[in-house]
Structure formats: C-alpha cells, structure tokens
Design a protein around this ligand. Structure first.
Ligand SMILES: Cc1cc2nc3c(=O)[nH]c(=O)nc-3n(C[C@H](O)[C@H](O)[C@H](O)COP(=O)(O)OP(=O)(O)OC[C@H]3O[C@@H](n4cnc5c(N)ncnc54)[C@H](O)[C@@H]3O)c2cc1C
Length: 362
C-alpha cells in the first residue's frame, strides 16, 4: 500500500529489528529517511486514528508477542552539518544516524563531550529520549537543541536543553510528553580539543597508567570495559540479546536509604552501591539490590536469564517470548519490593502491551 511518497507495509515482523530479538509484528510499518516522509507517515496514522511509535535501533524496547497494532515508523533520517560557535562545535545530526558512528566521529575530529558514551547501541534521535548516560557522562550535558515533529499536528518544533527537562534516564519525551514528538535532528555542543571527562571510578582505574589520556584513549577504554561486560553490540564482539539495563537505578529518600542500610547491617559512610543526589535523595544501584535478593549473574529460568557479566541485564537466551521476559522481570521486581521496599521501574520501553505487564506497577 503506498501513501504519497512513503511505502506503508502491513504485518511486518519486528523481532529482528530489536536487540532483544522478541516481539510480534507491526500492523502497519514504514521506514522514513526525511522530514517529509515522517510528516506523511504521521498523517497516515492520524487519518486512520492509529497509534504510532518511532523505532530507531530497537535497543531499548521490549515488544509484546502480539506486536503493535498501530504504525511503526522506522527512523533512518540521516545527515550532519557543523557550525563553529566560540571555540565550540555545533553538530546538527539527523536522528536516524547511528549513535556509535557519531561518537566515533566526534573522537576522530577531537570534539569532546560524548567519548564516555561510545559503544551505546541505537540512534542519535533516541539519545535524548531517556537521556542516555554511561561512565560519568550524560547526553543532556551536550545537547543544545532537539528538533521534532509534533505528532498531533505534523508541525516542526525545536526545544532547547532546558525545555527537554533532562534528568536521570528521563526527559519530557519519555514522561509527560511521551509519544507526542518524533525527533528529527539533535544539535550537540561539543568542545573542540577539550579534555576528556574522567569521573567514573572504573574508567579512571582502567586509565591510571596513562598520564593525560586523550579522547581516543577514553573512548577505547570505554569500549574495552563494555566488551568485557558483553554490552558492546559490534561486529567481532560477544554480546547477548538484551535491551541493556532492564531496570533503572531507583532514587530513594534518605529515610528509605537508611532503612535499606539497616537491612544489610549498614554502616555510615560512602558505599559503592548508593550515590547522593544534589537534592538529598539517594540513587541506589539496581544491580546491587538484584544481587542482594538472590538473583546472581548467569541465573537462568527457561529461555530467559541474567547476563553472566551484569546482574541488571536480562537476556533472551534462546527463543524467549516477551511474556517469559516480562514474567521473569516481574518476579525480580516483586522480590526486591518485598525485601527492600523499593520498586524497580523498567528502563526498557514496553511496546504493544495492553496494560502494564508488571503487577507491582500502577
Ligand atoms: C547492550 C546494550 C547496552 C546499552 N547501554 C546503555 C548505556 O550504557 N546507557 C544508556 O543510557 N542506554 C543504554 N542502552 C539502551 C539503548 O541503547 C539506548 O536507550 C538508546 O538510546 C536506544 O536507541 P534506539 O535507537 O535503539 O531506540 P529504540 O529502542 O528504537 O527506541 C527507544 C525509545 O525511544 C523512542 N524513539 C526512538 N527514536 C525516536 C525518535 N526519533 N523520536 C521519538 N522517539 C524515538 C522509541 O519509540 C522508544 O520509546 C543499552 C542497550 C543495549 C542493548
């Protein structure tokens, strides 16, 4: 079925378009490579009163076994233009560009700002959605603007950094305004020749033998650390079918933190599983809570399991169904809630489920 310039297909399998490798088909499916095509795709959905979702690299989604009953818009909008601005570089990047290619390009051109985010799979357009972060950097630190289509009107709109309301794994795009915007282009403000960021203990330790690490040293270290954890989806490296971290690190109040400390025979002072936030709350390592609840690395139940390298990564070990993955995750979530009173929330986006598949979630 054609619609203007776009090629709408029906009943298209989605599993192979995701890193988890599960999920049923899209009732309607279209690949877009330009703003005009994205406008036409959204008009198609609007005219038929269909739900729609954007899909980039499929590395942060869990699609239900029934699939998605609306229109899936596979984003492949490319392009890069560069401006100079007071010693900084403004890079305007098409949302369908590959994130790993972009970080490699920044390091190669000596643009500082995303070197610790190397090796994260997915597209540039998804990076602001959950404010991707790793090894001491978050993309919010370098995003200057995000140009989007309003999915209700099909009109373009540009948000500055502040309006995106970035927080830990959050922005307006996955909270209050979720699904209302399709990201077309992201503008990054990067420092030409800037010194790399070294704020993460594991990364600092890895680079301790190098007196003044370059951006390339930092990028290479991040890639090597990721490879060692099996979270590098690149040719030549071992990885698992997963969506990366399945749960977010929970943020709790001081009182809750003290309660958790008391449960584990706590002690005052710094820990390697909890980090104070500027407002006094405390971010807790979800991986630590998972391990302390009896779920070890490599634990397996049927076709679903926990990565042998990282407790936070659920893997599709064989031909798992989405239902099996969700049931596995829900059991973990319930045990951690019972043990610590902390509700882990999924980081991966759940698509095509009629209601929240997690009983513990509202
Ligand atoms: C092995 C592995 C390691 C990972 N490591 C990290 C990590 O270190 N840090 C981290 O933060 N994340 C990590 N992730 C998660 C994931 O890579 C990121 O969230 C990434 O940004 C997702 O990009 P994507 O293009 O694959 O998005 P998708 O999975 O395709 O989509 C994710 C969400 O964004 C929406 N979306 C996608 N594109 C657009 C668009 N153009 N406009 C509007 N909405 C859009 C989708 O509708 C969906 O809700 C990891 C994942 C894996 C599999």
């Amino acid at each position: 079925m054609g619609s203007n310039t776009i090629d709408i297909r029906e009943n298209v399998p989605l599993a192979a378009l995701t890193t988890f490798g599960v999920g049923g088909p899209a009732r309607y499916f279209v690949q877009v490579s330009s703003e005009n095509e994205a406008v036409a795709a959204l008009a198609f959905a609007r005219e038929r009163d269909l739900d729609h979702i954007a899909l980039g690299g499929g590395s942060n989604v869990l699609i239900s076994d029934e699939g998605f009953s609306g229109l899936v818009i596979l984003n492949r909008i490319k392009g890069l233009t560069v401006e100079e601005a007071d010693g900084n570089v403004l890079a305007h990047v098409g949302s369908g560009e590959d994130w790993q290619d972009f970080t490699d390009l920044c390091v190669a051109r000596d643009w500082q700002g995303v070197e610790c985010l190397a090796g994260i799979p997915g597209t540039v357009g998804a990076s602001p959605i959950q404010n991707v972060g790793a090894y001491g950097q978050e993309v919010a630190q370098v995003i200057s603007r995000v140009r989007c289509l309003n999915t209700d009107t099909g009109k373009a709109v540009t948000f500055d950094n502040e309006t995106c309301a970035f927080r830990y794994r959050e922005s307006i795009f996955n909270t209050g305004e979720a699904g209302k915007y399709l990201v077309l282009c992201v503008t990054f403000k990067l420092k030409r020749g800037g010194a790399p960021v070294l704020k993460y203990r594991e990364l600092e330790a890895y680079l301790s033998g190098i007196p003044s690490p370059s951006l390339a040293d930092v990028r290479d270290a991040v890639i090597a650390i990721r490879a060692g954890k099996g979270v590098l989806i690149r040719t030549g490296y071992e990885s698992f079918k997963s969506a990366g971290s399945f749960f977010k690190n929970p943020i709790v109040t001081q009182a809750q933190f003290k309660h958790i400390e008391s449960l584990v025979g706590g002690h005052a002072g710094p820990t390697n599983w909890a980090w104070p936030m500027p407002n006094g709350d405390v971010k807790i390592s979800a991986a630590w809570l998972i391990q302390r609840s009896g779920f070890d690395r490599g634990y397996r139940k049927g076709a679903v399991g926990i990565s042998p390298h990282h407790p936070l990564i659920l893997i599709n070990g064989a031909e798992a169904s989405a239902r099996e993955i969700v049931d596995f995750a829900a059991a973990m979530q319930q045990r951690i809630l019972d043990r610590f009173g902390v509700l882990l929330k999924p980081e991966a986006r759940l698509i095509g489920f009629s209601s929240s598949p997690f009983s513990a979630l509202p």
